[in-house]
Design a protein around this ligand. Sequence first.
Ligand code: GRG
Length: 304
Amino acid sequence: MMNSLQLANGGALAFADWALAKQSRIQQLLDLTLPSADLAPQTLHSAMRYSALGGGKRVRALLCYAASELCHGDEAMADAAACAVELIHAYSLVHDDMPCMDDDDLRRGKPSCHKQYDDATALLVGDALQSLAFDVLSRPLNAHQATLQVNILQVLARASGSLGMAGGQAIDLAAVGKPLTQAELESMHQLKTGALIQAAVLLGAASGSALELAAVRTFATNIGLAFQVVDDILDVESDTQILGKTAGKDANSNKPTYVTILGLALAKQHAQHLHANAINALSPFGNTALRLKELADFIMQRSF
Ligand code: GRG
């Protein structure tokens, strides 16, 4: 993980150290939050732990923590938000890999949940991880934060539901084999991938006080889309072993992607353009937004 997080710029080591510390923190939090595999129903709990603890870059948690730090957020609230966002993300990957959706046997370098267990277990794992995310976010912190917690719950619920990630997935499944315009592709990904990434940033910001919330939102929207463009490029340019999931899947499934619509060179240009928009949006914050900028760079430079 360390190598993949090192950047070419001067702040490399500091960012890598920060990211490693946060990745280890979220791993511990998830470990404590997920029911023990000894607790009945053991197979379901073991499969939940398999899916949520086994790898992943934790980009959404890192974005949440970085936005919280920018806004001088409450640590306990940032922990809960980062944990909840990673649980929703893990649920989406488990369901996405199922035969009725993208039908992929490999995830995070291991057999996907339905291959390691079975379809019914994978379905329940996704359901239970999603419920656990909202459970975590609704646990009492302190009394004066109750209204804020309800707002945060709503942001995550909307980002995950039919007007967010699940809706984007529905549009994606319906688009197989159909030509999409770039605008149609963009609005699909804004929901499917962008909504949860945006929620990660907004939840982190909500744990504190963002004076320039519109700027934070613009950053989040652009980096969420950039993440997806890079994902489409890696699907073509990388290989299965590095990705930990099946490379070339999108093209083989006849799915419209940024690469099939724009071609590789223009897709790369578009990713740079979105990245530049994201960085520009942070200008009101000056150097206090360094972590978010470094994360934006990491999203562009990632190899898996
Ligand atoms: C099933 C409701 C439902 C939604 C699924 C997000 C999603 C919708 C499916 C994931 C499929 C996919 C490969 C989307 C492309 C972008 C993406 C979310 C990649 C995976 O995220 P990473 O790279 O994964 O952050 P790690 O393993 O690092 O956490």
